[in-house]
Structure formats: C-alpha cells, structure tokens
Design a protein around this ligand. Structure first.
Ligand SMILES: [Zn+2]
Length: 296
C-alpha cells in the first residue's frame, strides 16, 4: 500500500478517536435538553472537577487512570473508552474502503468519506442513547432525515448509481435519497403494524421508524432493506441474550434496544455490502441448491 494511503487511514483513525470523545459528550448531553453540547468543559460526574486535557486523551487516559477519576477516584464508566474505540475503528474502516483504491493507492474522495464518517458517528451516538435511555433523539433522526437529500446533491459519490435511471444526475440523487427515506420508514412502519396485529402490543416505536428513514436517505433503499434484515436477525440473537440475562436478574419486561441493531445493520451495509450481497445472492442460493441436490 502507498505510504500516503497508510497515512490517511491512520489519520482517520486518530480523528475517529477524537470524534468518539465528542460523541461521549453528545450521548450524555443530547437527551438532557437543558445542556449545551459545547460548554461547559467535561467534568467528573462525582466530584464535579474539570477534567484536564491530559486526562481526556481518548482510550489512553482511561487505561492510564485505571478507569478512576484522578481527584476523587470515582469509577469512570467503561462506556467512554468503548465509544471512542468503536468510533476510531469505524473511521479507520471507512477511510480504508473509500480513500484507498483496490490496488492500494490513495484516492481523495473526501466528500464521501466525510458523509459516511459523520453518518457512522450519528449511528454510534444514537445507539448508545437508545441503550441507556430507550430513546432515539430527533436531533439525529429527523435532523439526518432532512439533511440526507441535500447532502446527496452535494456529494456525487452518494447514490451515484441513481443517474442510471434519470438523465439529470443531481435530481436523480435527490430523488433516490427521498425514496430511500420512504422505503426505510415505510418498511419499519409495516413491520411494526404486523407486530401489533400479531403480538397485540406496541412492537415498534416512532423513534425506530424515523431512524431507519434517516438511514435510508444515506444508504439508499436496497441497502436499507438488507440493513433491516440484518437488524432483525442480530436483534433476535441479542433479544435471546437479553432474556437470559434478565431471567437471572428477576422478572420485568425485557426491552431490546432495536436502534442499536438498526445501526449494526446500517454499518454492515456501509462497509461490507459486497459480502452480504454475495452471501444472499450467491452463497446462500448455492447452499440451498446443494441441499436440494443431496436430498434427491
Ligand atoms: Zn471525581
């Protein structure tokens, strides 16, 4: 791989760690409406002392401080380094996929890198808020949903395939993004409506519907449908896990943070859509065919 390509990937990972640090601030402050996400500076939730810059280095500070506040030794949540590490890893993979060609050369597609990096950060923030508070904030779902079609106009690589259908590529990308929003929101609305008929209780929240609509605006309709499928699959596995844990803790209704699994599905399509497409359209059919052949 070209040295400049390696430099770009490493820089992207470092940027991701810093953005992850900011994501932690958003995860805590976004659902608490009275708090600004820029001020005041980060402080210990226990002793309220301001955290010094050298104690605020992503992942590293948590390890060096052994997960405790320097002043009062109160335990710092492991969520902080986890969010930073995940965001850093996502930026690393997005840079690898979109800033480096197949044969290892650097390609300056910064527009698409920026869109996907911001999108991935939004997924991380929304997922962790969903896990801790069971909400998906409108700032991310509705904000992203309204921004997506306009971002599609600005960045030609987003929905680039749309121009195959219409002669005006700008209008095509805009329309493609809007169609993705409708398919994303609509498909989950349908799943929720069926769930209501089947289980006779609320299966899907509006937050989830708005969230998949936003994902549809960025990924486009076909990737979004596969993302929903991956979310249902991983969510079912996660749900069984939650039930086992809850059973040990005692009674009470277990809640599955579906926003987290929608994010898993979206990331799978962002980074590995070729693999999942190959699996569903080549590997899986060939397994079924060979099973059929064995049965005869
Ligand atoms: Zn403290």
């Amino acid at each position: 791989m070209e040295p400049v390509a390696i430099l770009m990937i490493v820089s992207a990972a470092a940027l991701g760690l810093l953005v992850g640090s900011f994501a932690n601030v958003c995860i805590y402050r976004l659902p608490r409406q009275c708090m600004s996400i820029v001020a005041p500076r980060s402080m210990c939730l226990e002793c309220k002392s301001t955290i010094r810059w050298y104690d605020n280095i992503p992942v590293l500070s948590y390890v060096l401080l052994k997960g405790k506040c320097r002043k009062c030794a109160a335990k710092i949540s492991a969520r902080y380094p986890l969010v930073e590490a995940i965001t850093g890893a996502l930026f690393f993979l997005i840079a690898w996929k979109f800033l480096v060609t197949e044969d290892g050369h650097f390609t300056p597609k910064f527009g698409i890198f920026a869109v996907y990096a911001i999108f991935a950060s939004a997924l991380v923030i929304a997922s962790f808020i969903d896990v801790s508070l069971s909400i998906l904030p409108d700032e991310i779902t509705m904000g992203g949903l309204f921004l997506a079609p306009f971002v599609s106009i600005l960045v030609p690589e987003l929905h680039h395939g749309a121009a195959d259908y219409v002669s005006n590529p700008v209008a095509a990308r805009f329309a493609f993004s809007v169609f993705g929003i409708l398919v994303g929101g609509g498909s989950l609305f349908l799943v929720g409506a069926l769930g209501r008929l089947w289980f006779r209780e609320e299966a899907m929240g509006w937050g989830d519907i708005k969230f998949l609509a936003m994902i549809g605006g960025i990924l486009g309709y076909s990737s979004t449908l596969v993302a929903l499928f991956v979310a249902v699959l991983t969510g079912a596995i996660g749900g069984v896990f939650v039930l086992i844990v809850r059973k040990r803790e005692g009674p009470g209704r277990a809640r599955i943070p579906f926003g987290l699994f929608l994010s898993v599905g979206a990331v799978s399509q962002l980074l590995f859509s070729e693999w999942t497409t190959r699996f569903f359209f080549e590997t899986y059919p060939s397994i079924i065919r060979s099973l059929g052949a064995d049965a005869q």
